[in-house]
Structure formats: C-alpha cells, structure tokens
Ligand binder design. Structure first.
Ligand SMILES: [Zn+2]
Length: 54
C-alpha cells in the first residue's frame, strides 16, 4: 500500500472533476441521481424526496 499519489494530479482533477456534489432544490438532500432525459438531455432526480429537475 504505497499511497504516493501526485499532488499535482490531484490539483488538476480538483478543477476538472465532474462529480459536483449536487443538492436537491426541494429538500436540499445530497442524494441526487443523474439521469438521461427523453431528448438526450441530462436531468437530476432526488432519491430522497423524488423531486426531479434539469
Ligand atoms: Zn429532494
């Protein structure tokens, strides 16, 4: 277990990371799933209260 990750790589990933923590606009829960819409777009569904938005 030699955890010697490059800090430079971490910095680059921090800005390019697409895992932005989303929160539900309705209940502010962080349990948000990203789903594909009918028209190929991306929308989000809160798995906590069921609210969906895009
Ligand atoms: Zn919610």
């Amino acid at each position: 277990m030699s955890a010697s990750r490059s800090e430079e790589t971490d910095d680059l990933l921090a800005t390019a990371d697409t895992h932005v923590p989303l929160s539900c606009p309705s209940c502010e829960s962080a349990h948000v799933a990203q789903v594909l819409g009918d028209n190929g777009g991306v929308s989000y569904v809160c798995t906590s209260c069921g609210h969906s938005w895009s």
